[in-house]
Structures are given as C-alpha cells and as structure tokens.
Design a protein around this ligand. Structure first.
Ligand code: FDA
Length: 393
C-alpha cells in the first residue's frame, strides 16, 4: 500500500496551503482532488482577479456558531503573511476598496504561485481521483482512492462547501465528519443573490439592471456597498453580504440614498421648485427609473412636488431611505459564493484544526463552520486554517 505522512483531500485554497506548510516541514504529502484542475474556485474568484485577502480581516468579519473560534488561526497567519508570499512571487496587486486586495493580472497567478510552492515543498498532487472510503487504523488512516489505497498518519479534509456543485462541490467533508462522530452545523447558501416572488418581481421588473449605492440592513446588521436589481430579485455586494444573515420570512431594509435625509431634501424641493414633477425631484436622489417607480407607487395622483402633503413626502422618503422588502428566497448553491455552517467548531482545536476526539484528523477551509463576509475574508480563512493545520500534521 502507498504510504504518506499526510493526505489532503481537496486541492483548493486551504488544502494547497496546508500541503505547502506540511511539505516544508519535511512531511511526505499527497493532495488528491476529483477535479481536473487544482484551485478552480481561486481561478474564477473575484471576477477572475481573485480578491485574495482583506487588509482588515479579524474574527468580526466571520459568521460561526462560535464567533471566537477563528481568532487563533487568523492571528497565526495574517493577511500580511499572504501578501509577503504574493510579493515573493512577483504578483502585482492593488487594493480595490475596503481593504480588498486583488491581482492586477489574473487569479491564475495565485493558483500558479501555490502550485510552485507545492512543487518546491515536494508535495504530490493527484487529480481526477475519487475518495471511496476512510477507515481509522492504529497508526492513522487508510483511505480508499480510485487510484488505490493510501495509508497516512494525518488526514486533512479540505473539500470545501456545497456552493457551485457544477464546479465539483460535494458534501464529502461533512460525511467524513459525521462518520467520526463530529457535529455538523446546518448548512445553507451564503453570499448569494436574493429572489422575489412573482408579484414583487412583476412590480419591480422595470428596475432590472439598475445598480446603486445602498445601505442594506437585517436587524442591526448593515452593509453599505453596491446593490443591483436583477430579473430574479436583488444582487450586488450589499445584498450578498446581508444574505448570510437573512432567513426565510425575514424582511430587509434598504437605504437607497445613504447619507441623504430624503424627507428634508423633498421638503426643501417643495419650497424651492414647487412645480417640479415628483419623479423629477426624486431623480436627484435616485436613478431615474427607481424615482419613477416610487413616484408612481407612493404618490400616484400627485403631479408636482407642491401637491404633496407632509404625509405623502414622508411616504416617498420612507421608500428612499427605508425601503422594506421581504425576499422569497435565494438563488441557492448554484450561485452562492460560500456555504454557511459546516463542521462544528466545538469538535476542533482552534489552534491546529485537529479533531479533538480523533487524533490526526483535520478539517480546514470552508468545510468548517466559519464563513467570511464578501471581500477576501474567505480566502484569508482558507490560508490561515490551512497554514495552522500545516504546522501540526
Ligand atoms: P475549495 O472549494 O476552494 O476547494 C475544495 C476542493 O475540494 C475543490 O478543488 C474540490 O474539487 C475538492 N473536492 C470537493 N469534493 C471532493 C470529493 N468528494 N473528492 C475529491 N475532491 C473533492 N473568496 C474570497 O475570499 N475572495 C474572492 O474573490 C472570492 N470569490 C469567489 C467567487 C466565486 C464565484 C465563488 C464560488 C467563491 C468565491 N470566494 C471568494 C470563496 C472562496 O472561493 C472559498 O471560500 C474558498 O475557495 C474555500 O477554499 P477551500 O479550499 O476550503 O475550498
């Protein structure tokens, strides 16, 4: 039987980082993946430019049943550590916004960088290889692969979440966790566009394709970023962010003119330009089609702004600064960037990511119940958790 010190399941961001670190420590490492190519999600990430980290990443940017679980790994491997690696490989990058770092060129540079590091560390990579079963042995694990049986002392599960099944996402990591008695926190699509039921969609259909700056809130959680009306519902960064907090039946609130007191602006316009049409006044605050829809719905019988009572202006301002809407659902795993939930952090050592009750078994990256905001946080978690396990395997 083939023997390795470490077998890593999943050649994604977390698995490759773990393999590199383990290889550098002199471990013999095999990484297996059922996909044809490694790091496919890295390749398509950040619109092809890979938002590979966020300068401000702390545990406050993550969702988890235990919000403090990710602190240790995030402190052990920081954004500056990955930036140093990127710089060592001469990959040019820039900060786009809000601390988000992207490659100037292509996300493929990040995949190539990881592959170069793996080669330098003597890591073996085997693609198009299925995992058929895992058994615990005295010295570690025996894993049945489609290429044959492999014995290893440490088994690292880095098989990611369920998002984008078309790209090879599976629930294998959760199945292995359950097999060894580890808990799995319920999973759901996150960082995902939200959808409306048909009646709302029909009402809002004239707005499809319009983007604007917005503050989107769910309870006390709010994000100010772009928002996009789509032919299914709402998308854009602020919506993806809030989707991780939203649950079926909940409303979200949207301020479509952040920083502007719409009521004060409308009252001022009523005095200064009383003969302007309501939609024209609103279009100083909002894209024209949005302004028209609000005017049609909330002041249907009012021609000019002068015709609007304080009550009507209040209604119009509410639609601008505090539009409340109940999404019907989300686009699901088909388009979700990540999976919320996953392997219960209670079962893992936060410093090493090793299962507390199963020596030698590790879970890293997205398969764990640690989910980042949009903005490079998820890759930082993949690097940090992979690096931390790599020091221990
Ligand atoms: P990842 O999913 O990367 O890797 C898991 C690997 O395991 C895959 O190669 C898969 O083929 C393999 N695998 C799965 N099941 C298997 C099985 N049964 N047998 C063998 N192999 C198996 N994040 C960010 O920080 N910045 C960004 O710009 C983006 N952009 C982005 C865009 C899009 C479209 C998506 C879908 C996601 C992002 N993300 C992101 C999220 C980011 O891609 C994600 O969090 C990380 O890739 C997670 O890394 P992992 O290594 O944990 O899993």
């Amino acid at each position: 039987m083939e023997h390795h010190d470490v077998l890593v399941i999943g050649a994604g961001a977390a698995g490759m980082m773990c393999a590199i670190e383990a290889g550098k420590r002199g471990r013999s490492v095999l990484v297996v993946d059922h996909a044809k190519a490694p790091g496919e999600k890295i390749r398509i990430s950040g619109g092809g430019r890979c938002n590979f980290t966020n300068l401000g990443a702390t545990h406050l940017n993550f969702l988890s049943a235990n919000p403090k679980f990710c602190v240790s790994a995030l402190r052990r491997y920081r954004p500056r550590d990955f930036i140093a690696l990127v710089e060592r490989h001469g990959v040019a990058y820039h900060e786009k916004t809000l601390g988000q770092l992207f490659c100037d060129g292509s996300a493929r540079q990040i995949v190539d960088l990881l592959l170069a590091e793996m080669r330098a560390a003597g890591v073996q990579l085997r693609l198009e290889t299925r995992v058929e079963g895992v058994t615990k042995t005295e010295g570690g694990f025996e894993v049945a692969l489609s290429s044959g049986k492999v014995a290893c002392a440490s088994l690292v599960v880095a098989s990611g979440g369920k998002s984008i099944p078309k790209m090879g996402a599976t629930g294998l990591g959760y199945d292995i966790a359950r097999q060894f008695g580890l808990g799995v926190v319920d999973t759901r699509p996150a960082l995902v566009p939200l959808t409306f039921e048909p009646a709302t969609l029909a009402r809002l259909s004239p707005l499809s394709g319009i983007g604007l700056d917005a503050v989107v809130s769910h309870g006390k959680t709010k994000f100010r970023e772009g928002m996009l009306f789509t032919h299914r519902g709402l998308s854009g960064p602020s919506i993806l962010q809030i989707s991780s907090y939203w649950r079926e039946g909940d409303e979200i609130r949207v301020d479509m003119a952040p920083g502007v007191d719409a009521l004060a602006a409308l009252k001022a316009a009523r005095t200064a330009t009383p003969r302007q049409a309501v939609a024209t006044v609103l279009s100083t605050l909002l894209p024209r089609r949005v302004a028209q829809l609000i005017a049609d719905e909330d002041a249907p019988d009012k021609g000019n702004i002068a015709d609007c009572s304080d009550k009507v202006l209040g209604r119009l301002a509410g639609a601008v600064n505090a539009w409340t809407v109940k999404p019907a659902g989300s686009e699901g795993y088909r388009t979700a960037e990540v999976t919320l939930g996953g392997v219960d952090t209670d079962a893992l050592d936060s410093r090493t990511l090793e299962a507390k009750a199963v020596a030698g078994l590790y879970f890293i990256g997205e398969v764990v119940d640690v989910t980042g905001w949009l903005g490079g946080y998820n890759f930082q978690w993949a690097w940090a958790s992979g690096w931390s396990a790599g020091q221990s395997v």
